[in-house]
Design a protein around this ligand. Structure first.
Ligand code: ZN
Length: 106
């Protein structure tokens, strides 16, 4: 997982590269990077998009989690090992952070 570059890491490296190009007066090349940097920028976060973004990000990062039983009774409660959010049932994906809870077998 360490070797996979995230969009944010790529964006930061492109920003550094663009500054290099501007210093060398290669404005046309710098403009290409400006477009790429904007494309990598995360869309503004709305409350509704947070779940979708979390779910998508978790899929991209292949986040694996597991449910930990916090309280078996009288009302079942389990906790996500990735985000720590409590849920009432063990779903395949954490509804809060989108971590994949399906285990190794797909
Ligand atoms: Zn979670």
């Amino acid at each position: 997982m360490e070797s996979k570059m995230t969009k944010e890491e790529a964006r930061i490296r492109l920003i550094a590269k663009r500054e290099e190009l501007i210093r060398k007066y290669e404005f046309e090349e710098a403009e290409v990077l400006t477009v790429a940097i904007e494309a990598l920028q995360a869309p503004p976060i709305t409350q509704r998009s947070m779940y979708q973004a979390g779910y998508k990000q978790a899929q991209e990062d292949r986040l694996k989690g597991e449910w930990k039983v916090r309280r078996p009774k009288p009302f079942f409660l389990c906790e996500c090992s990735v985000c720590g959010e409590s849920e009432e049932w063990m779903s395949k994906f954490c509804p809060n952070c989108g971590a994949d809870m399906r285990g190794e077998d797909k």
